[in-house]
Structure formats: structure tokens, C-alpha cells
Write a protein that binds this ligand. Structure first.
Ligand code: BEZ
Length: 228
């Protein structure tokens, strides 16, 4: 059962804990996180077209998330039995093998706890008038801190490569004193963190260059090219 959500979830909030049934068995969410990063993503309904493509895509990219110490967990507002039947379709249609857990949130308790429900689009409801669970993505770090929140409309599929890119940016930024610019992908130059003074930047990043006093680019030195 999910706990009540007292305050809005923001970047930096602790990911609320909950217990839930999933396609791989019951979980306590904080125990599930353990010492890993987690991508939690939600779906409006089972057997819906956009969600089918999304789950297949996440399953195909799962090895890349695993390499980065990231666990995937989906959520959809239906039962475990329904999820199981849907997974067969997803694997058939997309050529994937969905093996990460999908939370059964028929009562939308976790969706409420994580503020995933559609507010503005009042037509986005099921036959009982309950708002569908929207397409949310949460990236949660091993300290259980929420590091990214994305909300997509039901009509628009997400971009798994973008979710992975943010993981790369967050992990690289945590490891080194850098931030990442627009459209950054691993291998591109990064930005020296504003808190790092030029003297320290010279030591950390010998090839850094000053474009403006507040905008300093650097390649990541060879031994720092990944987050690990
Ligand atoms: C879909 O996943 O295709 C979908 C779900 C709910 C509303 C509209 C589309």
C-alpha cells in the first residue's frame, strides 16, 4: 500500500516508499532501489498502443541501463494478470523481452503518491471517470533522491535514449565537477561547474577553455570519460 503524499515531489525530494505487487513479485520500493539508480516510468493503461512501443523500447535498452547500475521499473494502472498478458503482446510486437518489473497500480495509489495523474486533460479518464496515469519518468539515485521528473502527455511516446542520456549526465556530473550543455552526449565537451575556480579548473581539466567567465568548456580527461 502506498503512503499519503504530504508535499509535492520536486527534484531533491526523497522518493516516497511504497509496497506494491509487480510482475516479478511484491516489492518494497526502497528495498528495490537498494544501492542502485532507478528509472521509474508510468503508463496510462495496459494494451494501449503508445505504451506498447515504449515498454518494448525500454526492454531493448535495458542492458545499457544495467551497465550504468540502473534498474528499470514500469507502472501501469491494471492488475498483475493483465500486465502478464500485455507483456506477451509487447514481446511479440516489438521483439523485446520485458523482464523488469511492472507495478500493478489498478487503484492508482502509487500514481497518486508520485503525482503522475493527468490534471489538465479532463477527457483523459477511464470508464469510471478516473484520470489515467500519465507518462511520468523519475530518475532516482542510490540515496533515494529524485534527480529527474518528466511528464509526457498520453498522446506522445517518450524517448528512451534521452532518459539514458540524462543518467549519463547525472552520473558524470556526480563524479566530476562538471555540468553538461544542451544536447550533450557522452564524448562531447562538458562545462566546468560554476563553483570551480579557474585555479582548480586548471588542475582538474588542463585543457579547459574560457568562452565567458561563466562559460568554461573542457573535454573530460581520458581517465574521466565515463561516470565510473
Ligand atoms: C497509448 O498508450 O497509446 C495511449 C494511452 C492512453 C491514451 C492515449 C494513448
Amino acid at each position: 500500500m502506498a503512503e499519503e503524499r504530504a508535499t509535492p515531489l520536486r527534484l531533491g525530494s526523497t522518493a516516497p516508499n511504497f509496497k506494491a505487487e509487480t510482475t516479478t513479485g511484491p516489492i518494497d520500493f526502497h528495498e528495490f532501489i537498494g544501492d542502485k539508480w532507478v528509472v521509474l516510468f508510468s503508463h496510462p493503461e495496459d494494451f494501449t498502443p503508445v505504451c506498447t512501443t515504449e515498454l518494448g523500447a525500454f526492454a531493448k535498452l535495458e542492458p545499457e541501463f544495467t551497465k550504468r547500475g540502473v534498474k528499470l521499473i514500469g507502472l501501469s494502472a491494471n492488475t498483475v494478470g493483465s500486465h502478464g498478458d500485455w507483456i506477451k503482446d509487447i514481446d511479440e510486437v516489438t521483439g523485446s523481452k520485458v523482464s523488469f518489473p511492472i507495478i500493478a497500480d489498478k487503484e492508482r495509489k502509487v500514481a497518486y503518491l508520485y503525482d503522475m495523474l493527468d490534471y489538465q486533460d479532463t477527457t483523459n479518464v477511464d470508464e469510471k471517470g478516473i484520470a489515467f496515469t500519465i507518462r511520468s519518468v523519475f530518475i532516482i539515485d542510490p540515496k533515494k533522491t529524485i534527480r529527474l521528473i518528466l511528464s509526457y502527455p498520453a498522446s506522445t511516446g517518450r524517448n528512451t535514449a534521452e532518459v539514458l542520456r540524462v543518467v549519463d549526465s547525472l552520473q558524470t556530473g556526480d563524479k566530476h565537477k562538471i555540468t553538461t550543455p544542451i544536447n550533450w552526449v557522452p564524448g562531447d565537451d562538458v562545462i566546468v561547474h560554476p563553483a570551480v575556480k579557474n585555479e582548480q579548473a586548471k588542475e582538474l581539466f588542463p585543457d579547459f577553455r574560457i568562452v565567458k567567465p561563466y562559460l568554461r568548456f573542457t573535454p573530460l580527461p581520458k581517465d574521466k570519460t565515463s561516470a565510473s
